[in-house]
Design a protein around this ligand. Structure first.
Ligand code: URA
Length: 422
């Protein structure tokens, strides 16, 4: 095939055939198709979409670009979870050990954050000693022994997606249902999990603001998983307001530990419990008493074993910020609005996230909310605290928070964007 011909097909709203997609992905992975050509293709797909068969073919071709793992040798059922990403979304941290505490294997192969959404590995790396990189043998041994693993996805898993995702990130072609669905599902199917629960976000802090588009993304991913023999279900969840009270890295670990200790913010607990129920149902335990394992320490025991197995010290103090800045209420009233995206951007500007793949993250940087929409405040009460290593970062963070929250009068409508789980 000639790649220019294939670009013309998508440019002119045509459909690519299975052999054409197989060739394209293979040639791009090997470097025969140049980044500028693949960029043009990604933009043509972004603008003109893809049919169901093309999305399936693209997913299968990206799986075939690398290794396929298998957990068949394990004596336990496997179930994984994926979130499309949000602000304050630390749910994987309490969820993986909670589900594993019921004797299920949870292989959570994760990524790092780019832009305003945090990365699970970045959060866990605030725990002294903890390491994200495991060999396949270590991964299998830990699944057998502890049950829960959160680690870096190896370079061998869907390498075509790694290359394409990095390209999309710098060409304005991320927010595209066929490309997101094939990207996420190629990695999850190649990973070899038997079952998968998707947390698909909608709203201010999500890829797709519109719930109808998020639903379409969810349906596309569920179809891809099911067709590939992975039992897949999706929850649609609200990302209009930051999840929980902590946005950052070390502070999100702290909040996750509170949930594992039977406490924590109600929204984080609600989503953790809802996802755990779905995962356990797919693993054959529809009646598991999920709340009990949060209350009686079983989930916490698994968390501690999971962290220790990857050389982390679950009792070590987490990094503390050098500088803090408290933002207070300028009047009496009720918090009626807190928009997720600007809070995510502010945390990122404080150093919790990275602008380029190579950048380090500052583990102690971030935002701790003192209030959420619906809470009453008096003038002078703290609303949230910014943390950073350098107070020069506060001005830019505060700039992105201008207009991001509202204090109204008692009785005003509170904008939450709807129920947490739609
Ligand atoms: N996460 C991915 O892995 N891929 C996407 O395209 C978007 C989010």
């Amino acid at each position: 095939f000639d790649v220019v011909d294939l670009i013309r097909v998508k440019r002119d709203r045509g459909a690519l055939t299975t052999p054409q997609i197989d060739w394209l992905v293979d040639a791009y992975t090997r470097g025969y198709v140049a980044d500028e050509q693949m960029s043009a293709m990604a933009m043509a797909i972004f603008l003109n979409g893809m049919g169901r068969d093309e999305i399936r073919d693209l997913t299968l071709a990206m799986i075939a670009s690398g290794e396929r793992m298998s957990f068949d040798a394990l004596s336990k059922p496997t179930v994984d979870k994926h979130s499309t990403g949000g602000v304050g979304d630390k749910i994987t941290l309490p969820l993986a050990p909670l589900v594993a505490s019921f004797g299920v294997a949870v292989p959570q192969l994760s990524g790092r954050g780019l832009g305003h959404t945090g990365g699970t590995l970045d959060k866990l790396e605030s725990i002294p000693g903890w390491r994200a990189g495991l060999s396949n043998d270590e991964l299998l041994a830990q699944l057998d022994d502890v049950g829960a693993v959160i680690c870096a996805a190896g370079a061998g898993l869907a390498p075509a997606d790694k290359k394409l995702y990095a390209l999309r990130d710098i060409t304005g072609t991320v927010e595209c249902i066929p490309l997101i669905a094939s990207s996420i599902m190629s990695k999850k199917i190649a990973e070899g999990t038997a079952a998968l629960v998707l947390d698909v976000k909608f709203g201010s802090g999500a890829f797709m603001q519109d719930p109808a588009r998020s639903r379409e993304l969810a349906e596309t991913m569920v179809r891809l998983g099911t067709d590939a023999g992975v039992a897949t279900v999706a929850l649609l969840t609200n990302m209009n307001v930051p999840l929980g009270l902590a946005i950052g890295n070390a502070n999100e670990v702290r909040e996750s530990v509170e949930v594992l200790a039977g406490g924590g913010p109600a929204d984080v607990v609600e989503l953790t419990v809802a996802l755990a129920r779905e995962m356990l149902a797919l693993a054959g335990q529809p009646d598991a008493d999920v709340e009990r394992h949060l209350a009686d320490g079983k989930a916490m025991d698994t968390w501690r074993a999971m962290i220790a197995a990857q050389d982390g010290d679950p009792d070590a103090p987490l990094p503390a910020p050098r500088e803090q800045h408290v933002v207070t209420a300028d009047r009496d009233g009720v918090v009626t609005r807190m928009e997720a995206l600007p809070f995510g951007i502010a945390a990122w500007r404080l150093g919790a996230g990275r602008a380029r793949k190579e950048d380090p993250v500052l583990h102690a940087a971030g935002i701790d909310l003192a209030v959420k929409p619906g809470d009453e405040v008096r003038a002078g009460d703290p609303l949230f605290t910014l943390s950073a290593d350098d107070d020069a970062r506060f001005a830019r963070a505060l700039e992105s928070l201008e207009g991001a929250y509202t204090i109204g009068a008692a009785g005003d409508d509170v904008e939450t964007g709807g129920p947490l789980i739609a």
